[in-house]
Design a protein around this ligand. Structure first.
Ligand SMILES: CCC/C=C/C(=O)SCCNC(=O)CCNC(=O)[C@H](O)C(C)(C)COP(=O)([O-])OP(=O)([O-])OC[C@H]1O[C@@H](n2cnc3c(N)ncnc32)[C@H](O)[C@@H]1OP(=O)([O-])[O-]
Ligand SMILES: NC(=O)C1=CN([C@@H]2O[C@H](COP(=O)(O)OP(=O)(O)OC[C@H]3O[C@@H](n4cnc5c(N)ncnc54)[C@H](OP(=O)(O)O)[C@@H]3O)[C@@H](O)[C@H]2O)C=CC1
Length: 279
């Protein structure tokens, strides 16, 4: 993975971050950029082999310049749906790095389904992953460290602004995350914490998405993006690094859309409402 950053070398030197879902797609791009900027990073998700491969690949990344300390990358298994695993993620990160400046709640996802076909188990899996999982990570980061030391949190939502037909479970969860982002921005401001969100359009060309959905879910959307191109994982990472950085020191409770104006222009889905698509 080629690291690109428009930010000043060493910007995050000596800082420490957790990136959930940091072993693939957008999360891997964020991890790369944070390492490049000098930040120690813990990546965490359910699949240990994926995390290990990513950590081996990314551990060679160093900030440019001879005077920059080499950042560390660590990984651990954590299902963000499980409170005890999230507790361990935060405490292990504190053991490894001694601090936690940044939390990037990138881990999440969903499956396509017409609303009429959801099982309760499937509905709950998506709500627990995206809404509850994100909340648990925020809560444990606050209770174990940030309440005393401050910090910056970035949550991941999606293009659910006009509803998300075929993904209504995820739309509900992401709308909940957007609202939690506002609530916590107010509640935790006195502790020196900023919390924001990013909303990628349904158009970020991440390899894992291409693998997960069995058709060209991304390519079909190009006509629906005013810029007539997909976004890149690096473009999401750049917005997240901006929100983590001092350049965003007075921004909190905000959600930045990263969608090339797709959400202003047209639908968030690459299928027709007739429901012909089957995953
Ligand atoms: C427009 C696109 C833009 C892209 C946006 C992105 O986010 S890109 C990012 C894209 N990347 C991702 O989204 C990757 C991450 N996503 C995931 O890992 C899963 O989609 C998850 C969110 C459900 C989490 O899973 P988990 O481990 O918490 O749960 P589990 O696996 O154990 O399943 C629990 C239950 O859910 C149900 N059910 C599950 N799948 C399907 C299905 N395909 N079909 C129907 N139903 C399905 C089923 O009921 C199952 O129970 P069962 O019948 O098996 O007893
Ligand atoms: N690509 C796009 O266009 C868009 C993406 N998004 C969101 O951005 C984020 C990253 O997506 P992207 O990189 O594209 O796709 P990926 O499928 O690569 O990313 C999802 C990541 O979340 C992790 N994850 C999923 N469930 C859990 C869980 N229960 N506990 C811990 N980690 C979990 C996965 O790791 P593992 O399987 O090892 O657990 C994986 O690394 C997701 O939240 C996605 O929904 C939002 C809008 C659009």
């Amino acid at each position: 993975m080629i690291v690109k950053s428009i930010f000043r070398s060493g910007l995050f030197a000596g800082k420490s971050a957790i990136v959930t879902g940091g072993g693939s797609g957008i999360g891997k791009a964020i991890t790369s950029e944070l390492l490049y900027l000098g930040c120690n990073v813990m990546i965490a998700s359910r699949k240990l082999d994926r995390l290990e491969n990513a950590a081996n690949e990314l551990k060679t990344i160093t900030p440019p310049g001879d005077d920059q300390p080499k950042p560390k990358i660590e990984f651990m298994e954590c299902n963000i749906k499980k409170e005890e695993q999230v507790h361990s993620l935060i405490s292990n990160t504190l053991d490894k790095f001694g601090k936690l400046d940044f939390l990037v709640n990138n881990g999440g996802g969903q499956f396509y389904s017409p609303a009429k076909d959801f099982s309760l188990k499937g509905w709950n899996a998506v709500i627990e992953t995206n809404l509850t999982g994100t909340f648990l990570c925020c809560q444990q980061a606050f209770n174990q460290y940030m309440s005393e030391h401050g910090g910056v949190i970035v949550n991941m939502v999606a293009n659910m602004w006009n509803g998300w037909p075929g993904m209504s479970h995820s739309g509900a969860a992401r709308a909940g995350v957007e609202n939690i982002t506002k609530s916590l921005a107010i509640e935790w401001a006195p502790a020196g914490i900023r919390i924001n969100a990013v909303a990628p359009g349904s158009t970020i060309a991440s390899q894992s998405v291409k693998d997960y959905y069995k058709f060209d879910i991304m390519g079909q959307q190009i006509p629906r993006v005013p810029a007539k191109r997909l976004g890149t994982v690096e473009e999401v990472s750049a917005a997240i690094c901006f929100l983590l950085s001092p350049a965003a020191a007075f921004i909190s409770g905000e959600t930045i859309k990263i969608d090339g104006a797709q959400s202003l222009y047209t639908t968030s889905i690459p299928w027709e409402v007739s429901g012909r698509y089957q995953n």
